[in-house]
Design a binder for this molecule. Structure first.
Ligand code: UGA
Length: 454
């Protein structure tokens, strides 16, 4: 929405949320308090806020004023009830649609921006259509057009992805509504990049794009394990296959598995829908992409234990990076969570460094307070614990191993001589992202494991 406001100065954009604290943070003059860390976002907010970008809790009034409403609420995987663990929880979409139905005036275009299961637009249309027709202030009964306009931006590169999209996808039936939305993107996106489909193709394209991207990561990670077993190097293999223009070079970086709020959720949703339509083999095919991803994370934790003489109980391990990828403060489904939990279970003492993720978030993700907050855990050999450090050297002091789990740029140029000097020997570097300078670490006397290197 900030980018739309930036590119379309003639359009008033109001972002509304029920969460007053969040809206206050978006309005805070201190840009460090914006709720989302995203390179370049602060500059866009500064340019537009108060001009044609507004953040407000006045949900109903903003809907009444709007010609177009973007439903951008979250749709996490259901944790209980029918479809638990796979289906998307649509309660917030439904609640939003009901709020729109109750407050819209005149003709309103309702745009599904959240990632949704195929045919959700049907439910949204039904809710909007069933609202008791109340004449608005001008005496007209409200009417609606529903469009699907999924988002393909990736975190960390969101602003450039939005400013130069590969494509914009608009699904719908009402040509006038489609033209109106295409007109907004037309301020900065070439017409041939604005694709128009029917509603269901648009909804399904979003799930399919994420499923294909995630599948590439599981595929390369499966080959990484095979490389480690056979003496091949997964980066050489990735380069060799990536130069085939039919395969392409992107999304072939082996690592600790994909994280983020979308890939796993969207594939599980796809799996659920396939089963619903009786397509068991198709469901099983996609389910394996997630299973391989989970396996990769457990595999990395297991090999750390194995290489450290079969036990990490009471040992100090430095963890570099906790976010699910670099340049974001997001930890949702971060591979670091599962790897750290496995090591805590084994009794390790973890010292974590991340440039953007703080202790409160990590405590939630690991479901236990840090050692600093809970000194009872300290000193107990059997019980794993964690705390944060301000630098890699501080984290590595007295540690038996350094685990690199997120590919932050600063981890590429660490002073391995200095780090090795403060570690307990023999010391290891486990580089799950192949980001560190492995030869410098080896020259400093460390033993090095890199993902996908045989
Ligand atoms: C992903 C998609 O890339 C976006 O197109 C989509 O819009 C978004 O989900 C969404 O549905 O909202 P995002 O999750 O932000 O974006 O980040 P990605 O760059 O796709 O990375 C996802 C995970 O895959 C990260 O943990 C990353 O480290 C991992 N990854 C990515 C690899 O392990 N190897 C790669 O080669 C690429």
């Amino acid at each position: 929405m900030a980018v739309i406001a930036d590119r379309c100065p003639g359009i008033q954009v109001t972002v509304v949320d029920l969460n007053a604290e969040r809206i206050a943070a978006w309005n805070d003059p201190d840009l460090a308090k914006l709720p989302v860390y995203e390179p370049g976002l602060d500059a866009v907010v500064v340019r537009c806020r108060g001009r044609n970008l507004h953040f407000s809790t006045a949900v109903e009034a903003a809907i009444a004023d709007a010609d177009m409403v973007f439903l951008s609420v979250n749709t996490p995987t259901k944790t209980k009830g029918l479809g638990a663990g796979q289906a998307s929880d649509l309660r917030w979409i439904e609640a939003s649609a009901r709020t729109v139905a109750a407050n819209a005036q005149g003709h309103t275009i309702v745009v599904e921006k959240s990632t949704l299961p195929v045919r959700t637009a049907e439910a949204v249309q039904a809710i909007l259509g069933a609202s008791s027709p109340q004449a608005g202030s001008n005496g007209a009964v409200p009417t609606f057009s529903v469009l699907s306009n999924p988002e393909f931006l990736a975190e960390g590169t969101a602003i450039t992805d939005l400013e130069n999209p590969d494509r914009v996808l608009i699904g719908g039936e009402d040509q006038e509504a489609i033209d109106a939305l295409a007109g907004i993107y037309g301020h900065w996106v070439a017409p041939e990049r604005i694709l128009r489909t029917n509603l269901w193709s648009s909804e399904l394209s979003k799930l399919t794009a994420n499923a294909f991207l995630a599948q590439r990561i599981s595929s390369i990670n499966s080959i990484a394990a095979f490389c480690e077993a056979t003496g091949a190097d997964v980066r050489e293999v990735a380069k060799a296959i990536g130069t085939d223009s039919r395969i392409g070079s992107k999304f072939l970086q082996a690592g600790p598995g994909f994280g983020g709020s979308c890939f796993q959720k969207d594939i599980l949703n796809l799996v659920y829908l396939c089963r619903h339509y009786g397509l068991e083999e198709v469901a099983a095919y996609w389910e394996q992409v997630v299973a391989l991803n989970t396996w990769q994370q457990h595999r990395i934790a297991r090999l750390v234990v194995t290489k450290l003489f079969g036990t990490v109980t009471g040992k100090r391990l430095a963890v570099l990076g906790f976010a699910f990828k670099a340049d974001t403060n997001d930890t949702r489904e971060s591979p670091a969570i599962r790897i750290c939990r496995d090591l805590l279970e084994e009794g390790a003492q973890l010292v974590i460094v991340d440039p953007k993720v703080g202790a409160v978030q990590i405590a939630k993700d690991l479901a236990q307070p840090s050692i600093d907050q809970d000194p009872l855990v300290q000193g107990s050999d059997d019980c794993g614990g964690w705390k944060m450090a301000g630098s890699a050297v501080e984290a590595a002091t007295g540690a038996d191993a350094v685990l690199l789990l997120t590919e932050w740029a600063e981890f590429a140029s660490l002073d391995w001589e200095g780090i090795a000097a403060v570690m307990r020997q023999p010391a290891w570097l486990f580089d799950a992202r192949a980001r560190a300078d492995a030869s410098a670490a080896r020259s400093a006397g460390l033993r090095v494991w890199r993902v996908g290197e045989g």
